[in-house]
Design a protein. Sequence first.
Length: 100
Amino acid sequence: MKKILLSLVLMMTLLNCNSIKNIGSPTNIKQAATLLSSLNSNSTEKEISSLFNLLDINKDATIGNTEAIGAIEENFNVLDTDNNFSINLTELKGLLALLE
Ligand SMILES: [Ca+2]
Ligand SMILES: [Ca+2]
């Protein structure tokens, strides 16, 4: 009886792990990629905020290196001006200066 319960708990834990992994929905990433590719030096801070919200999958108000994509990933160290290995909204706005 205990064994069954234990394997049930184990199964639940595994299921939970899977759902945590899937928080970043592919639609968000796709939307973020589209938005990112449409950005240029004339883009507004509002567009940067939308991009930020799409990329901040775990909603901790920063873009970690696992959340960065494309040009943000490539310029991560440049954008991360305070070198704390994450990009906040203010730092992401620096992307506009990098775009032409
Ligand atoms: Ca985040
Ligand atoms: Ca930072």
